[in-house]
Design a protein around this ligand. Structure first.
Ligand SMILES: Nc1ncnc2c1ncn2[C@@H]1O[C@H](COP(=O)(O)OP(=O)(O)OP(=O)(O)O)[C@@H](O)[C@H]1O
Ligand SMILES: [Mg+2]
Length: 352
């Protein structure tokens, strides 16, 4: 009779998505389920009998101390968003530790681990997208309010100039018109493109070839450009002009920051089963724009894609914000990684 429920329990444990590990009173592994084998990318045979520290290094000592504490006191423990290193990768997990008190033997520890990296990424991306949208709306609203009176100021200065006889005075009206034109250009950039996107089937490499030509014209031979294309990328639906603009904005920043030995690489890849925000796509095209320049100043990183965030004396801080909203209109997302000597912007575009 007892073998039936045992087999059922075994079956349930092996099919759980949560990783389950059992430790003995010396903190040696007694049992791991299938999900734990997947999480640690090790077979149960290789794990059983090992010390906890051999398979799992916690980023803070506290978690391991807690395991020992549960063993001693018998009080359960729950830890959230714990960073651990397995022999093959870095993970973030929620962790629950429960003591199992067996009247016939020493106390053992039941540890449940749930990997939450994906949820953290989704939450982070959703925050990024909504923060960006809110900022964009605010800025566009403001730009609209400025645009009309600006037209009036410029028109009035022009009429005034016609009435003036002295050249000295005309100098003033010219300053007004010149500054009004400068502001109008800024306002137009803030408002973004006013045409609806022209969506058509595109080969992403044709977009990148146009970017290559434009960079050549702008920077000539001062820029070492490299290309690494994945020819298996299927066509995507999009507006070529907007995507060229978005990628050019990213590449232009890199080109500006790069010095003598500057290298700029454009790379493409196909990702399978990839999520952007909370949506999962069967195929996503990834375009990387990588440079070996000084890296993004740390104080800009949290807000990099918001309008008017700039680390450059003559920049308006609009290039990345415009690029992000153009890519968002394609259902995509731009992310980045940066350290001195290596900065990569990743543009993700769904292939549908
Ligand atoms: N590849 C990069 N390497 C180093 N810093 C970068 C890189 N890309 C962006 N940055 C930093 O991010 C800031 C914001 O870039 P963004 O394109 O949004 O604005 P900008 O270049 O300052 O102005 P604009 O693009 O409107 O002329 C830049 O000023 C720069 O400090
Ligand atoms: Mg820029």
């Amino acid at each position: 009779m007892t073998s039936q429920p045992n087999r059922l329990h075994q079956l349930i444990l092996e099919n759980l998505h949560t990783s389950v590990l059992l430790f003995d009173e010396q903190m040696l592994i007694l049992y791991v389920n299938h999900a734990a084998e997947m999480l640690f990318a090790m077979s149960a045979r290789a794990m059983v009998g090992r010390q906890v520290e051999e398979i799992m290094q916690c980023e803070s000592r506290e978690t391991i101390d807690q395991l020992h504490n549960v063993l001693e006191t018998g009080n359960p423990y729950t830890g959230r968003e714990i960073g651990i290193r397995t022999p093959s990768q870095r993970l973030t997990v929620d962790c629950t530790v429960v003591p199992l008190d067996d009247p016939d033997g020493p106390r053992t520890l039941l540890v449940e681990l749930q990997q939450i990296d994906r949820q953290i990424r989704i939450t982070h991306e959703e925050q990024l997208i909504s923060q960006q949208q809110a900022a964009q709306e605010l800025v566009r609203g403001l730009a609209h309010e400025i645009k009309n009176p600006l037209g009036g100021i410029r028109g009035a200065a022009q009429l005034l100039e016609l009435e003036l006889n002295e050249d000295d005075l005309k100098e003033y009206t010219r300053v007004i018109m010149k500054e009004a034109d400068r502001l109008r250009n800024l306002v137009n950039r803030l408002l973004g493109p006013n045409q609806l996107p022209k969506v058509e089937e595109l080969n992403i490499h044709e977009v990148l070839e146009r970017v290559r030509q434009l960079l050549r014209v702008e920077y000539g031979d001062n820029l070492n450009l490299h290309f690494d294309y994945d020819p298996s990328i299927p066509p995507i639906m999009g507006d070529a002009d907007q995507l060229i603009q978005a990628i050019l904005n990213i590449a232009a920043n890199a080109a500006r920051e790069l010095g003598e030995d500057g290298e700029l690489t454009l790379r493409t890849r196909v990702l399978r089963q990839f999520t952007i925000g909370s949506r999962r796509y069967k195929h996503v095209a990834e375009i990387d724009i990588e440079d070996n320049g000084p890296g993004i100043p740390p104080e800009l990183r949290e807000t990099l894609f918001l309008p008017m965030v700039s680390g450059s004396a003559d920049g308006a801080g609009l290039g990345l914000s415009i690029a992000q909203s153009m890519v968002a209109r394609h259902g995509g997302l731009i992310e980045f990684e940066s350290e001195p000597g290596r900065t990569v912007f990743m543009v993700y575009l769904p292939v549908e």
